[in-house]
Design a protein around this ligand. Structure first.
Ligand code: AVJ
Length: 320
């Protein structure tokens, strides 16, 4: 009967960007001035991020890809099959493909803020995996959304690859993991991709690719803000800055004003000095010890760890 067939659903949880005006204005006027990295991902930003992942200097995506590909069966053994698989920030839904055959989830729930991009990617996946029920959800996953009704009552696994966790500061990451642990419940599991601390030259290069794609990605957030806030940022008035802070073990990415300027944003004026910076992203890098402490502080234990032979990137399985 029809209702037993796996199906594809798309749920738009409404204008995610609704109360963004207050958040963005407060950030732009704050100290330091900042824009939350989730605003990178308009349609163009999602495409630019995809291009970043193909740059020779940007090792995380291809390294994680190889780890997932090489260890899919091991990972499935540790996590167990037949789960509801949730993926916050699923984007193009490419990584999950590496796990679907081994993990045999009973349902897949990709969540992303970039609605059209997500919907197209999830629909393609649904075509290729007719046995899999897919419910794509457009939502701001930084506040983990409540899940749609009608998901199978199987234990859950939250898949959080790509070092997306790195965008959070360490206290934010702890809160997110704690929340994620509650969301998946006592039988739940987490599978996380984590970028590791390493030589700063390799890190600096990964966020300053020679082709300038990361710079374009960083600057594109201003065009997104122009739309969202009816603002008049001129991207040509800013410079891309990115570098590894060895003390905090994080990449810090900024847009630096090239000259004194006034920008109109949602009816207000933001005044920038020459050389003044707007913080657009942290990308925290972890040591094994540091990640273990983070997991423990969030009430989780590490039940599996896989990494590449150069120790660039790690995939962790976590359990409550
Ligand atoms: C998607 C957050 C993992 O931090 O490496 C890539 C985003 N920013 N280049 C990262 C990003 C600049 C990326 N994450």
């Amino acid at each position: 009967p029809q209702h037993l067939q796996p199906a594809f659903h798309y749920i738009d949880s409404g204008p995610v960007i609704q109360d963004s005006t207050t958040e963005l204005l407060a950030g732009l006027q704050g100290k330091p001035r900042r824009i939350n990295p989730k605003y990178f991902y308009d349609e163009r930003g999602s495409q630019l991020f995809e291009q970043i992942t193909q740059q020779p200097e940007y090792y995380p995506t291809r390294t994680e890809h190889a780890i997932l590909q090489n260890h899919a069966h091991d990972i499935a053994q540790v996590l167990g099959t037949g789960r509801v698989l949730l993926e916050p920030g699923a984007g193009n839904c490419e990584k999950v493909r590496l796990l679907l055959e081994a993990l045999q989830p009973v349902a897949y729930v990709p969540v992303d803020i970039s609605g059209d991009f997500l919907c197209q990617a999830a629909a393609r996946l649904a075509d290729e995996y007719p046995w899999l029920g897919i419910t794509a959800l457009r939502a701001d996953f930084t506040h983990l959304p409540s899940l749609p009704d009608g998901l199978p009552a199987a234990p859950r696994c939250l898949f959080y690859p790509g070092s997306t966790l790195g965008n959070f500061t360490r206290p934010e990451a702890r809160a997110f993991l704690h929340h994620a642990a509650r969301l998946v419940g006592a039988n739940g599991r987490l599978l996380l991709g984590v970028d590791l601390h390493k030589d700063h030259r390799q890190l600096d290069a990964a966020y300053n690719d020679a082709a300038g794609v990361t710079a374009a990605f960083n600057l594109n957030v201003l065009s997104h803000l122009n739309q969202l806030l009816e603002a008049d940022f001129d991207p040509a008035g800013f410079r891309h800055l990115a570098g590894y802070h060895r003390g905090y073990r994080r990449i810090e990415m900024y847009l630096q004003s090239r000259y004194v300027q006034r920008v109109r944003c949602a009816g207000e004026i933001v005044r920038l000095r020459r050389g003044e910076r707007i913080l657009t992203e942290y990308s925290c890098k972890y040591t094994h010890g540091g990640f273990e402490r983070l997991a423990r502080d969030a009430g989780l234990r590490i039940s599996g760890c896989w990494q590449d032979s150069d120790g660039l990137f790690a995939v962790f399985a976590l359990a409550p």
